[in-house]
Design a binder for this molecule. Sequence first.
Ligand SMILES: Nc1ncnc2c1ncn2[C@@H]1O[C@H](COP(=O)(O)OP(=O)(O)OP(=O)(O)O)[C@@H](O)[C@H]1O
Ligand SMILES: CC(=O)N[C@H]1[C@@H]2OC[C@@H](O2)[C@@H](O)[C@@H]1O[C@H](C)C(=O)O
Length: 393
Amino acid sequence: MNEFLIRLANLYKKESRLIIGLMSGTSLDGLDIALCKISGSGLQTKAEILEFETLPYTDDFKEDVRTVFSRRQTDLEKVTLLNAKIGTLHADQINLFLQKHHLSKNDIDCIASHGQTIYHAPKRQHQLADYPNGTLQIGDADHIAVRTGIITLSDFRQKHIAAGGEGAPLALYGDYILFSSDAENRVLLNIGGISNFSWLPRPASMKPVVCTDAGPGNTLIDALCKMYFHTSYDSNGDIARSGTVNEKLLAKMLEHPFFMESLPKTTGPEVFNLSVIDQAFDKEELSKISKNDLLSTATQFTAVATANAIKAVAGDEPFGLYVSGGGANNTFLMEKISEQLHAEARHMDELGVAGDAKEALLFALLANETICGSALQTNAGPQVTMGKISLPE
Ligand SMILES: Nc1ncnc2c1ncn2[C@@H]1O[C@H](COP(=O)(O)OP(=O)(O)OP(=O)(O)O)[C@@H](O)[C@H]1O
Ligand SMILES: CC(=O)N[C@H]1[C@@H]2OC[C@@H](O2)[C@@H](O)[C@@H]1O[C@H](C)C(=O)O
């Protein structure tokens, strides 16, 4: 019998498992690699991040991926080639990571690979009656398994869709396991390219957990930075802080149909890109707004949209607000979100998990559930095991 099948079948018996979680998000900034030590499963899960790194992508690689990323029309040959190329690149980065940390492939129980989302199309968005929710992550895991010699789980989102979800946000499961608290209601907010949050009411309240995308995270901010300021992001929010919000443009942007949809819901850069600004104001009106004011308005747009979605779920209940993702470093954005919610935005690190590593950890947790044969029991979202399994041989 294939030795990896035997190993896979026995993994659930181990006291703890070493799982490498991989996340490559919508900001396309790099590959997050988290080496996680996980024991137990379900609500008995204990997880620790032993090592974490973000390996930045080269500019050439980013440009290459952008030729297909969130584009309705694209070169299908490029998609096909990138599927294999991203798989091999991620595998090579894991091999380097292992070397650097003096680990061998035999030390690792499995890899949990998110892949690179290149298109996200929930039904609400595509509105084609005969088609289901759809999402596509590439970076084939057979390449990862074969090149690293490690069992690899991947493509977690399809099962979620098959079981009635939109394929996202999957943060629900990990957030619920790790961060539910008897002491306080919690909002776990992640601000990457897109912002999403989990509402975790105190279990004693018996209220349902909710996990949803809120709308834009850094997508518009980053796009404006690239277009007008020759930088890939607004470090600490300094540029936005130097401008003034254009209230009329902001109000128009907030009329976007996504905000009228009921929760939970998902979105992506297919929707939240610079077209949101172009649709809100015509060229002449836009030409009167300074670049700094435009960035300030886009930052406030992110803050208000995110806060509105949280308010819609939390109502008048008090809660602890814990923020992760690259946007947590944008101090101006954090101030604006705190202002909107009348709640202090704390860094997720306060809960003992490095915020930058959270999403990579989430996928390691999903793989751990699948290996242990359990489907997470939350009171929201499909309750299914997720992830396809690739064997090295
Ligand atoms: N010091 C900083 N100041 C301001 N913004 C920052 C800073 N560091 C990172 N960011 C922002 O965070 C973004 C990256 O965030 P992150 O890595 O969480 O996104 P992602 O995982 O790719 O996205 P998603 O969660 O939507 O898939 C950058 O593109 C940038 O906009
Ligand atoms: C389709 C897709 O890749 N969605 C991402 C994206 O990035 C943030 C937000 O949009 C979230 O819904 C999701 O990722 C996180 C990890 C999730 O599934 O929870």
